[in-house]
Ligand binder design. Sequence first.
Ligand code: SAM
Length: 308
Amino acid sequence: MDLSVTSTELTTDAAISTSASAATGASVFIPTPGTPYQEDIARYWDREARPVNLRLGDVDGLYHHHYGIGDIDRTALGDADDSTYEKKLIAELHRLESAQAELLLDHLGPIERDNTLVDAGCGRGGSMVMAHQRFGCEVEGVTLSAKQASFANRRAHELGIEDHVHARVCDMLGTPFETGQIAASWNNESSMYVDLHDLFAEHARILAAGGRYVTITGCWNPRYGQPSKWVSQINAHFECNIHSRREYLRAMADNRLVPQAVIDLTAATLPYWGLRATSPLVTGIEEAFINSYKDGSFQYLLIAADRV
Ligand SMILES: C[S@@+](CC[C@H](N)C(=O)[O-])C[C@H]1O[C@@H](n2cnc3c(N)ncnc32)[C@H](O)[C@@H]1O
């Protein structure tokens, strides 16, 4: 698979990242086709530097852009008046975010060292590193953001795993991966930026027959009727377009992806949001998540599907 491109084909940001990766020997980027919407999203993530993402990642070098699941360890948090409380709170939020990624990896099925995995919408690469550390295999990530790809490749280089973990700037709806060669692929909170039929057609193309696709995503609940005002607020905040649970299942069925597990993580993510809402790292969107999870208009789902 030849992924090389000339620098004249690259956007300015991607070209900057290419020289950064040349310095680390980390990766080669391919150009982003770039609808105007995708250019907005690339800009959003290029500029994104919220403490809630960076300070949590600094805990152990795994940088996530997703939410957490599981019960809060109150013993680990200790007393809120203690001078070390903020540091402990950040570590606890990060632990819950890593637990979310572990659950996603649990659903990829048996993965061999010579397999290749694809992280569609890989962000700063935390899940990719975890996948390689667990399975010892190759992990390829795609993101619209040159800054994120560069960050992920720098981390892989620092960890000495740059031969196994690569990020590139690329639209996940049209990846350079060969047809039928990928053992498993996933979207971790990145499917709300694209048309689901186009997305699942691309996963179905790259996955081997019998391969596994997993998504963890927020979706609006058809039982509520239509997207609630909270869901609309979340869309505006992240410039995304949250789909319904029904749309996920229908688009999978239309693209040879047969759900093997559908897990409602809504109750499991609420403790994370409650803790985050009390932290100095609030971003202002916490209330919309908590209210929409509680009124039933929004759900946090894991769907694992077999490529048939
Ligand atoms: C909320 S972040 C999730 C990052 C990562 N999956 C994680 O769990 O930390 C959303 C990601 O989706 C990516 N994204 C959105 N639309 C995309 C597209 N069309 N192609 C590739 N990546 C896309 C963004 O660049 C960003 O990295």
